[in-house]
Design a binder for this molecule. Structure first.
Ligand code: SF4
Ligand code: SF4
Ligand code: SF4
Length: 226
């Protein structure tokens, strides 16, 4: 096996080991698109080990051990977050726009277009990524205990999983969502290609555009005469 292939395999293995230490909320607060990307930057010695806010001191300690670096405090530019928190939606203000569903990296919001949405508190990591896109500001982050008090016993089991199990669950959910997004982009690209090579469809589209332009011109004439 070529030396470059062996180096790549070792580096991938090391990245995976680092990734296993990270909490897997996929919250981006480290400045990377997901936990794996941050793990890769650490393994390539391109990044410090103190950028994971949800992981806090415990994760920094473990990262220091595996990379043989000195333990440092959390980067002061990064806001500390709590893994024992969750999002809740004030349902009376939810307009069902689905933007929070798109933003959630681990599929912990349920709801359909124009219907009220709810957070699956047993799954939610409290990462806060669903807050900025919400047009009505009806989502807030609360301590997990508040949600536990309100939830049914069936969801308590999930909420009380060990942190390792929660991280495994979040990682799995994130990977499934990524695969779904990739498939959807592929399907979309394929549809564009099919439309482009389908002359009948192209003719129909051209006709539709011509009709729409005709109507718009007529409306303009009517409007300018009134
Ligand atoms: S959990 Fe930590 S490593 Fe993962 S995305 Fe958030 S800050 Fe980055
Ligand atoms: S519901 Fe919001 S806070 Fe909870 S995991 Fe999803 S994006 Fe993060
Ligand atoms: S982004 Fe806000 S308004 Fe839109 S569905 Fe989610 S909670 Fe409701």
């Amino acid at each position: 096996m070529a030396t470059s292939t062996i180096t790549l395999m070792l580096s991938t293995k090391f990245t995976d080991k680092i990734n296993q230490i990270l909490p897997q909320t996929q919250c981006k607060s480290c400045g990377y698109k997901d936990c794996h990307a941050y793990a890769q930057a650490i393994s390539e010695e391109k990044e410090n080990i103190n950028r994971c806010a949800p992981g806090g001191a415990h994760v920094i300690q473990q990262l220091a051990e595996i990379t043989k670096k000195t333990v440092v405090t959390l980067d002061s530019n990064i806001q500390a977050t709590d893994l024992h928190s969750t999002a809740v939606i004030d349902e009376q203000f939810c307009i069902g726009c689905t933007l929070c569903i798109d933003a959630c990296p681990i599929d912990s919001i349920v709801g359909t277009a124009k219907r009220m949405h709810s957070v699956l508190n047993s799954l939610c990591s409290g990462c806060g990524l669903c807050l900025p896109p919400c047009p009505t500001n009806c989502i807030e982050i609360v301590p997990l205990n508040h949600a536990i008090e309100k939830n049914k016993p069936s969801s308590l089991k999930l909420m009380r999983l060990s942190q390792n199990k929660r991280s495994e669950l979040w990682k799995g959910k994130y990977e499934i969502k990524q695969l779904r997004k990739e498939k959807s982009s592929r399907d979309h690209a394929q549809k564009i290609t099919n439309d482009a090579v389908n002359p009948r469809l192209t003719q129909d589209k051209a006709k539709q555009i011509a009709t729409a332009m005709k109507i718009a011109r007529k409306r303009l004439i009517v409007a300018s005469n009134t």
